[in-house]
Design a protein around this ligand. Structure first.
Ligand SMILES: Cc1cc2nc3c(=O)[nH]c(=O)nc-3n(C[C@H](O)[C@H](O)[C@H](O)COP(=O)(O)OP(=O)(O)OC[C@H]3O[C@@H](n4cnc5c(N)ncnc54)[C@H](O)[C@@H]3O)c2cc1C
Length: 380
């Protein structure tokens, strides 16, 4: 990447940092307490071009690089992880899947609306009995004349309740492992779509997570994304990009936790000195800073690989695994550094800790990332 890109990434990062400080930071506590989904923030993010980050301008997006994308998510994560999670799910999953594999009609009719943030995108892979084992998808899509009829339940879907459209992975051939799964584009106001249970989550509380129930839900032939039977492979390709975004979000959360811990350690006095004077605290801060930097470099490297058009399965999983675990450690250490205050909601540390934990679960748990990394390593 040349200097022009580096300069543009820097400007973009500063713009998002200013926006997050002005429009999000003052409300973090209240929105988290109420698990409030701030739809107005997403409209504004749309106006800033942050809801179609990876989508070319001709389809209503901003056509930025993954290097921009990771900087944007780091800045959002450092202030409000849940907003970062929603931005990541909308951009990399729902919108990107529709753009990458959608027909000309979907690209013309829906992608620009998604990319401008007029409609929020959802992505439905997970099911009650198909979590890590997503190849065990039970939702079915049966062809009837010129339509497909979808039936099933999707669990833990970001924007199930607030989204306007979703990409749904459904089984089109019974019993044919993951090659029997196809992807469909589904407007969420279609007859037969019901929003199920809204999850009352430990962290990422501002992000909307609910189940989607599909009962005899009819979509036209054009709703099939790419070829029949390719849905699972498409989903894995989409996750290669998505995991980079979760890594970036994790870096942001870890940095937010570290910054809060540093400020507190400089202010809080015990034994007649700021606790930042104690070596035990300094070692924790030093480890946090080193891990945050390592996670950022790994994530930026994954972004560069993606921008270069290379396959990123290995490095996406490595970045996601490492950065998410760094974020959890940073959150926990920030709580520890703040002592009893860290354990209370008046201070930001406990929220970083709660938000960080999701990053080790969503878009594939840490265990699944290790399986992917080992598979790539062994060459299976
Ligand atoms: C806030 C939130 C948002 C989400 N958003 C979306 C979304 O928008 N779309 C979507 O499709 N999904 C979404 N998910 C679902 C998420 O991707 C799944 O929760 C995740 O993949 C894990 O699946 P599971 O919860 O069923 O856990 P399980 O698969 O039941 O796993 C339970 C435990 O077993 C471990 N495990 C499972 N298999 C193995 C194995 N082979 N080896 C070792 N350990 C194993 C797991 O690592 C985990 O520790 C979201 C989840 C949350 C919490």
């Amino acid at each position: 990447m040349g200097d022009t890109c580096a300069e543009s990434v820097k400007e973009c990062r500063e713009m998002v940092r200013d926006f997050a400080r002005a429009e999000i930071a003052p409300h973090v506590r209240e929105w988290d307490d109420k698990a409030y989904f701030p739809v107005e923030v997403f409209r504004k993010l749309g106006e800033l071009g942050l809801m179609g980050i990876l989508i070319p301008e001709e389809f209503g997006g901003t056509g930025l690089t993954y290097r921009h994308y990771v900087a944007i998510l780091e800045e959002l994560g450092a202030v409000e992880g849940g907003i970062g999670l929603s931005v990541a799910a909308h951009n990399s999953l729902g919108t990107n899947h529709a753009y990458m594999f959608g027909s000309d009609e979907i690209r013309k009719e829906w992608v620009p609306r998604l990319a401008r943030g007029e409609v929020l995108g959802a992505w439905g892979l997970t099911e009650p009995e198909a979590g890590s084992d997503s190849g065990a998808t039970k939702t079915t899509a049966v062809r009837q004349g010129k339509e497909w009829i979808l039936n099933g339940t999707k669990n833990f879907i970001t924007h199930a309740g607030t989204g306007g459209a979703a990409v749904i992975m459904a089984r089109t051939t019974p019993g044919k492992d993951h090659h029997g799964i196809s992807a469909f584009f589904l407007p969420l106001n279609s007859p037969g779509v019901t929003v199920g249970k809204h999850e009352d989550k430990v962290g990422m509380r501002v992000s909307d997570t609910a189940s989607l129930i599909l009962e005899d839900c009819r979509v036209g032939e054009g709703a099939l994304l790419g070829r029949e039977g390719d849905g699972f492979v498409q989903a894995m390709q989409v996750l290669d990009g998505g995991r980079i975004s979760i890594a970036a979000l994790s870096v942001g959360i870890a940095r937010g936790a570290m910054d809060a811990a540093v400020s507190y350690a400089k202010e809080r006095c015990q034994f007649g000195r700021p606790i930042a004077a104690f070596q035990g605290i300094r070692f924790k801060l030093a480890d946090m800073a080193t891990e945050v930097q390592a996670a950022r470099l790994l994530t930026e490297r994954a972004a560069e690989e993606k921008d270069g058009g290379r396959k990123t399965t290995l490095i996406s999983s490595q970045a996601k695994l490492y950065a998410s675990e760094v974020a959890v450690r940073a959150g926990e250490n920030a709580v520890q550094i703040m002592g009893g205050y860290g354990y209370c909601k008046d201070y930001p540390a406990e929220k970083f800790w709660r938000d960080a934990k999701l990053c080790t679960i969503g878009e594939g748990t840490s265990e699944i990332q290790r399986l992917v990394i080992a598979r790539e390593l062994i060459g299976e």
